[in-house]
Design a protein around this ligand. Structure first.
Ligand code: B12
Ligand code: SF4
Length: 456
């Protein structure tokens, strides 16, 4: 008997990060029994047509769903496949269904939902579907999170690696060395979905896998997509040693918490730098210590500056992510965040900041508290799908502050972006504005936005 076809669909989303979640799930299936096809909505000209074509005769379609925009695409794919190929079983997994399994089952019209880690649960589901066991439909009981060292290597043969390089405009491979996070930030879904568990791959395995992938795909950079890559300094040092020992010549970037960087021994940072670390991403979130304490970030502002200074000494660039508009956040707190952004930005051209507006993501203590006090929150899937659009109307940031944050973000971005002949004159003005905090009459912003619209 031939192999059953399993189709995995990654809905449309911004950016071209490789679909690691579906690669994890697909790689854990028994290939002698299942033929796995991964369709990524972000790289297909007509994603729906491709999903319909590949699911013709397929046993199962698995969709990975993040909160926000991907929900809409996932709903459309589900409805189309349900109508055209009624025998194909449809399973949703990933962050949003993990937070709302019952609602997803009911509203999306799917056959089954997987909560949390997907490797084992999905493999068991498809085995049961293949055996004609329809009692597998429903919410798969959540399993304790397993050590990811027990799962097979991710099969990059499931994706067109070169297409991602082309779309990213760099030969950057995405790779993940750990799952979960031990921290407890109250705006984040990770503690709910993974119960503050954390598992990291053995350094020797990371080294061997990266070596094989490097020889096959000749990438020049790796984006480690871990939530908190620097969780275990000894492991990080050992990974850096693996990269150097195997003479893998690529640069890499990863996430780091401000407190982890402050505690990190300098010899570990040096080993990382020597193995190609070029940039870290730090979620600072707020420039107000009071807000940091409120959101249980477990971080002192000073630690972030210590980390930044260390990175500067070792020539490592830093991107700091900040959030404004938390529930009941005061204008003074927003001003502290912008001041911290400015101070960090001023450390040098390698120090960048990105300021986002707070969005109440589901499955977080802040969102739960908002619900308890009667704040209107999305309820249905289509409302969660629109969360990015409605966040612009956050009640916790007034018009004047919003205008300031938008202009601040624009001039920071353009001021230190890669210079091009067109950008250069604008950049001089932008830097002048940022240094003096002058954001009134943003003529350059209006022109750039107009040009973007014309070229869209
Ligand atoms: C890469 C990434 C992205 C990519 C998405 C790439 C893609 N779709 O392929 C991009 C850049 C587009 C992105 C965007 C955003 N992201 Co993002 N992203 C990540 C990141 C860093 C890695 C995801 C990943 O591949 N993990 C590795 C895999 C192996 O783990 P996993 O995703 O947990 O998957 C497992 C299970 O969830 C499950 N599973 C997943 N899918 C499926 C499908 C099936 C069928 C089954 C059975 C199981 C299953 O099995 C997998 C293996 O165990 C995570 C953080 C993290 N490290 O996970 C955040 C994360 C997923 N992102 C998050 C957020 C908040 C965002 C943004 C809103 C951020 C922003 N401020 O703009 C945006 C908007 C998303 C949108 N609405 O479009 C949140 C999730 C929130 C949520 N409720 O959805 C996370 C967890 C970060 C965080 N801690 O807040 N993101
Ligand atoms: S924000 Fe980062 S450090 Fe905090 S709980 Fe989420 S993943 Fe962990």
């Amino acid at each position: 008997m031939g192999r059953h076809r399993i189709v995995l669909y990654n809905p449309r989303a911004p950016f071209f990060t490789m679909p690691l979640a579906l690669m994890a799930v697909g790689s854990a299936l028994d290939r002698s029994r299942y033929e796995v096809t991964l369709v990524d909505g972000r790289i297909e000209r007509d994603p729906l047509a491709r999903v319909l074509q590949t699911t013709d005769g397929a046993l199962c379609l698995g969709i990975s769903v993040l909160t926000g925009m991907p929900i809409r695409d996932a709903l459309a794919a589900t409805a189309a496949v349900r109508a055209r190929h009624p025998r194909c079983r449809i399973v949703w997994g990933g962050w949003h269904p993990s937070l709302f399994p019952a609602e997803t089952l009911k509203e999306a019209g799917v056959d089954a939902v997987v909560v949390g880690q997907g490797e084992e649960a999905f493999a068991e589901l498809v085995d049961r579907f293949a055996a004609g066991d329809d009692s597998a439909c429903g919410v798969a009981p959540q399993r304790p999170t397993r050590d990811i060292n027990d799962f097979p290597e991710h099969d990059y043969g499931l994706i067109a690696v070169e297409r991602y390089f082309a779309l990213k405009r760099e030969r950057q491979l995405d790779y993940i060395t750990s799952q979960g996070c031990r921290f407890r930030c109250t705006f984040c879904s990770d503690p709910t979905v993974y119960g503050r568990a954390w598992f990291g791959l053995q350094p020797a395995r990371v080294g061997a896998e990266l070596q094989r992938l490097w020889q096959r795909h000749h990438f020049t950079d790796v984006g480690f997509q871990d939530e908190t890559f620097f969780t275990q300094p000894q492991r990080v040092a050992a990974i850096a040693d693996e990269i150097r020992r195997r003479e893998l010549r690529f640069t890499w970037m990863a996430t780091m918490r401000g407190d982890q960087g402050a505690r990190l021994d300098e010899h570990v940072l040096l080993a990382c730098r020597q193995s190609g670390l070029r940039r870290v991403m730090i979620g600072l979130e707020s420039g107000s210590q009071e807000m940091l304490d409120w959101m249980k970030k477990d971080l002192k502002l000073e630690q972030v500056f210590v980390t930044a200074e260390k990175c500067r000494r070792y020539g490592i660039a830093v991107l700091f992510n900040l959030i404004v508009g938390f529930p009941d956040e005061t204008p003074e707190s927003v001003a502290s965040t912008l001041a911290a952004a400015k101070a960090l930005r001023a450390l040098g051209p390698d120090f960048q900041v990105a300021v986002f507006y707070y969005r109440p993501y589901p499955g977080t203590p802040i969102t739960d508290a908002l619900a308890r006090r009667g704040h209107p929150l999305p309820r249905r899937l289509d409302e969660w799908a629109a969360i990015e659009e409605t966040a612009a109307n956050s009640p916790w940031i007034d018009e004047a502050k919003r205008t300031l944050v938008d202009r601040f973000g624009f001039y920071q971005r353009i001021g230190w972006a890669k210079p091009t002949p067109l950008r250069r004159p604008l950049q001089a003005i932008a830097r002048w504005r940022c240094r003096r905090d002058v954001y009134a009459f943003p003529i350059e912003k209006t022109i750039v936005e107009w040009m973007r619209q014309v070229h869209a």
